[in-house]
Design a protein around this ligand. Structure first.
Ligand SMILES: Cc1cc2nc3c(=O)[nH]c(=O)nc-3n(C[C@H](O)[C@H](O)[C@H](O)COP(=O)(O)O)c2cc1C
Length: 333
């Protein structure tokens, strides 16, 4: 509830926006590229896509970079709502600058939102775990809740039946075979997930499995094995779903990213593990196959696996983040 209009020139507002941008650094991103840059003004925070951290070969249109930035945007919105700041968000505020993805304006002090505080706590523990999950289905009431969450971001979440899971698995296998056979894609994968990673970004070996899984849907092929021990469990009990948009443009990609963050934080709070699968939506040919699974209801942005984590495995290690000096700039008035 809005309780107090902001006095003009209040430095605390810029501090709060800067703090929210720092919290947003914990957001998930494709190969942990963290392709975002924030500019903090007196009462606004501008979010830009940082093309220097785009995957130029794998993601030439910036769709997955934009989904990642949408997740960071939602993380910042959660941090502000939890801290008691009412905000307005404009997507793509400058039509002539496609890199300017969003502007958050702090409009008033408000009571901290309890739901946002719950999600804010989940930001601290959310992470990607690629290990096969426990063979136990998620509760039946979870999917409708997550579909409602996706709808608040003008996106959709379509669960897949067994036949469609097999089609998804085939599309991922095809996409990964094409990608790993392409020297340019392999080089890019090495840059972000191999030994020549930029420190503070990319995926360390500690988060990559020691070998292939026995799951129906294959895990991401990073082109090399890591050090995270793989178990021989199956994914039969897991739920697979497609996160989709009602258009296939940067606005829809941003919204899908906001929905991904909202869904992932909600599932984290419920002790349900979410694993994204983007390989099949990367090459246009397999993206078309995944789109067909939606039978015309929308445009696929990402596949996700929802499952109960295996408590005997312990937590997967956290991935690194860039120093905020590389991603946040405070603009002096
Ligand atoms: C748009 C997007 C696509 C992703 N695709 C995959 C994927 O195909 N396979 C995978 O194992 N992880 C995938 N991830 C997870 C990222 O690798 C992960 O978020 C990143 O390494 C940071 O680690 P964290 O989530 O533990 O903070 C994806 C994440 C995003 C946001």
């Amino acid at each position: 509830m809005i309780s107090d209009q902001l006095p003009p020139g209040d430095h605390a507002v810029a501090d709060q926006l800067g703090a929210a941008a720092a919290v947003a650094a914990r957001a998930p991103s494709i190969h942990n590229t963290q392709p975002w840059r924030w500019r903090i003004h007196a009462s606004t925070a501008d979010l830009y896509l940082d093309a220097s951290r785009q995957l130029h070969v794998t993601d030439p249109d910036c769709r997955l970079a934009t989904v990642s930035c949408g997740a960071a945007l939602h993380h910042a919105q959660v941090a502000l709502a939890a801290a008691g700041s009412a905000t307005e968000v404009r997507l793509l505020p400058q039509p002539d600058n496609p890199l300017h993805l969003a502007t958050i304006t702090a409009i008033a002090r408000a009571r901290p939102v309890p739901d946002a505080q719950r999600l804010r706590q989940a930001i601290e523990v959310r992470h990607t775990d690629r290990r096969p999950p426990k063979q136990q289905p998620i509760p039946t009431d979870v999917m409708p809740l997550l579909q409602a969450t996706a709808a608040t971001h003008l996106s959709g979440l379509q669960p897949l039946d067994r036949d469609k899971v097999l089609e998804l698995a085939a599309a991922i296998t095809q996409a990964q075979a094409d990608e790993t056979a392409d020297p340019a894609t392999r080089r890019e994968l090495d840059t972000w997930t191999g030994t020549d990673r930029h420190s503070g970004a990319g995926i360390p070996d500690a988060n990559i499995l020691t070998g292939p899984t026995s799951t129906t849907v294959p895990n991401r092929d990073f082109g090399h094995i890591g050090t995270l021990p793989v178990n021989d469990q199956h994914d039969d009990a897991a739920t697979y779903a497609i996160l989709y948009g009602y258009a296939d443009d940067p606005r829809a990609w941003l919204r899908a990213g906001q929905a991904l963050s909202d869904i992932w934080l909600a599932t984290t709070a419920m002790n349900i593990a979410l694993l994204p699968f983007s390989a099949a939506v990367e090459p246009p040919r397999t993206r078309e196959l995944v789109n067909r699974l939606l039978i015309g209801i929308g445009y696929a942005q990402l596949a996700i696996r929802l499952a109960i984590p295996d408590p005997t495995q312990g937590d997967a290690p956290r991935t690194p983040r860039l120093p905020t000096t590389e991603t946040i700039e405070r603009v002096q008035p």
